[in-house]
Design a protein around this ligand. Structure first.
Ligand code: ZN
Length: 120
Protein backbone atom coordinates (compact mmCIF):
# COMPACT_ATOMS: atom_id res chain seq x y z
CA UNK A 1 0.00 0.00 0.00
CA UNK A 2 1.25 3.48 -0.79
CA UNK A 3 2.07 6.05 1.90
CA UNK A 4 -0.88 8.14 0.71
CA UNK A 5 -3.35 5.29 1.26
CA UNK A 6 -1.92 4.53 4.72
CA UNK A 7 -2.16 8.22 5.72
CA UNK A 8 -5.76 8.51 4.51
CA UNK A 9 -6.84 5.25 6.18
CA UNK A 10 -5.13 6.19 9.46
CA UNK A 11 -6.82 9.62 9.33
CA UNK A 12 -10.25 8.01 8.85
CA UNK A 13 -9.68 5.44 11.63
CA UNK A 14 -8.32 8.09 14.01
CA UNK A 15 -11.20 10.54 13.47
CA UNK A 16 -13.79 7.74 13.86
CA UNK A 17 -11.99 6.46 16.98
CA UNK A 18 -11.89 9.90 18.63
CA UNK A 19 -15.44 10.61 17.38
CA UNK A 20 -16.74 7.57 19.24
CA UNK A 21 -16.14 9.24 22.61
CA UNK A 22 -16.57 12.88 21.62
CA UNK A 23 -18.39 14.13 18.54
CA UNK A 24 -16.82 17.58 18.75
CA UNK A 25 -13.27 16.23 19.26
CA UNK A 26 -13.76 13.65 16.47
CA UNK A 27 -14.69 16.46 14.09
CA UNK A 28 -11.84 18.63 15.29
CA UNK A 29 -9.35 15.80 14.73
CA UNK A 30 -10.93 15.14 11.31
CA UNK A 31 -10.57 18.80 10.38
CA UNK A 32 -6.91 18.90 11.45
CA UNK A 33 -6.14 15.67 9.55
CA UNK A 34 -7.90 16.82 6.37
CA UNK A 35 -6.10 20.16 6.72
CA UNK A 36 -2.82 18.24 7.06
CA UNK A 37 -3.54 16.17 3.96
CA UNK A 38 -4.45 19.37 2.11
CA UNK A 39 -1.17 20.99 3.18
CA UNK A 40 0.76 17.85 2.19
CA UNK A 41 -0.93 17.88 -1.26
CA UNK A 42 -0.18 21.57 -1.76
CA UNK A 43 3.48 20.80 -0.97
CA UNK A 44 3.72 17.69 -3.22
CA UNK A 45 1.85 19.21 -6.18
CA UNK A 46 3.77 22.45 -5.69
CA UNK A 47 7.01 20.49 -6.19
CA UNK A 48 5.59 19.08 -9.45
CA UNK A 49 4.89 15.72 -7.84
CA UNK A 50 1.72 13.69 -7.73
CA UNK A 51 -0.14 11.82 -5.01
CA UNK A 52 -1.65 8.40 -5.64
CA UNK A 53 -4.58 7.19 -3.53
CA UNK A 54 -5.26 3.46 -3.58
CA UNK A 55 -2.94 2.91 -6.57
CA UNK A 56 -4.70 5.63 -8.56
CA UNK A 57 -2.67 8.73 -9.37
CA UNK A 58 -4.71 11.83 -8.65
CA UNK A 59 -4.31 14.99 -10.71
CA UNK A 60 -3.84 18.25 -8.80
CA UNK A 61 -7.29 19.47 -9.88
CA UNK A 62 -9.10 16.40 -8.54
CA UNK A 63 -7.03 16.42 -5.39
CA UNK A 64 -8.06 20.02 -4.64
CA UNK A 65 -11.71 19.34 -5.57
CA UNK A 66 -11.93 16.18 -3.40
CA UNK A 67 -9.88 17.30 -0.40
CA UNK A 68 -11.28 20.85 -0.62
CA UNK A 69 -14.83 19.44 -0.50
CA UNK A 70 -13.85 17.16 2.40
CA UNK A 71 -12.32 20.12 4.24
CA UNK A 72 -15.48 22.20 3.72
CA UNK A 73 -17.60 19.28 4.96
CA UNK A 74 -15.44 18.91 8.08
CA UNK A 75 -15.91 22.64 8.84
CA UNK A 76 -19.71 22.27 8.46
CA UNK A 77 -19.73 19.04 10.54
CA UNK A 78 -17.68 20.66 13.31
CA UNK A 79 -20.03 23.67 13.37
CA UNK A 80 -23.03 21.32 13.61
CA UNK A 81 -21.36 19.27 16.36
CA UNK A 82 -20.62 22.45 18.34
CA UNK A 83 -24.21 23.65 17.87
CA UNK A 84 -25.57 20.25 19.01
CA UNK A 85 -23.33 20.36 22.08
CA UNK A 86 -24.52 23.89 22.92
CA UNK A 87 -28.15 22.77 22.50
CA UNK A 88 -27.57 19.78 24.80
CA UNK A 89 -25.96 22.15 27.32
CA UNK A 90 -28.90 24.60 27.09
CA UNK A 91 -31.34 21.74 27.51
CA UNK A 92 -29.54 20.47 30.62
CA UNK A 93 -29.83 23.97 32.13
CA UNK A 94 -33.40 24.62 30.98
CA UNK A 95 -36.05 25.80 33.42
CA UNK A 96 -37.70 22.77 35.12
CA UNK A 97 -40.98 24.70 35.39
CA UNK A 98 -41.51 25.92 31.82
CA UNK A 99 -38.59 24.47 29.82
CA UNK A 100 -37.20 27.86 28.75
CA UNK A 101 -33.47 27.80 27.97
CA UNK A 102 -33.05 31.54 28.62
CA UNK A 103 -31.85 31.31 32.20
CA UNK A 104 -29.43 33.34 34.27
CA UNK A 105 -27.56 32.77 37.51
CA UNK A 106 -28.19 34.93 40.58
CA UNK A 107 -26.42 34.15 43.87
CA UNK A 108 -25.50 30.62 42.67
CA UNK A 109 -29.15 29.94 41.86
CA UNK A 110 -30.71 29.61 38.42
CA UNK A 111 -33.43 32.06 37.49
CA UNK A 112 -35.68 31.44 34.51
CA UNK A 113 -35.82 34.38 32.11
CA UNK A 114 -39.33 33.44 31.07
CA UNK A 115 -41.35 32.54 34.21
CA UNK A 116 -38.85 33.73 36.91
CA UNK A 117 -38.88 30.25 38.49
CA UNK A 118 -35.80 29.90 40.73
CA UNK A 119 -33.94 26.67 41.43
CA UNK A 120 -30.45 25.59 42.40
ZN1 ZN B 1 -39.42 28.98 33.49
Amino acid sequence: MSTESIVVLSAIVLSIGVGSFSRVWGRLVGLILVGGILGWGIYVYGQGGELAFFERPLSATWFYVAVGALFAWEVVALTMALRARRRAHDFAHACPACGATQTRQVDRKNVCGSCQHTWS
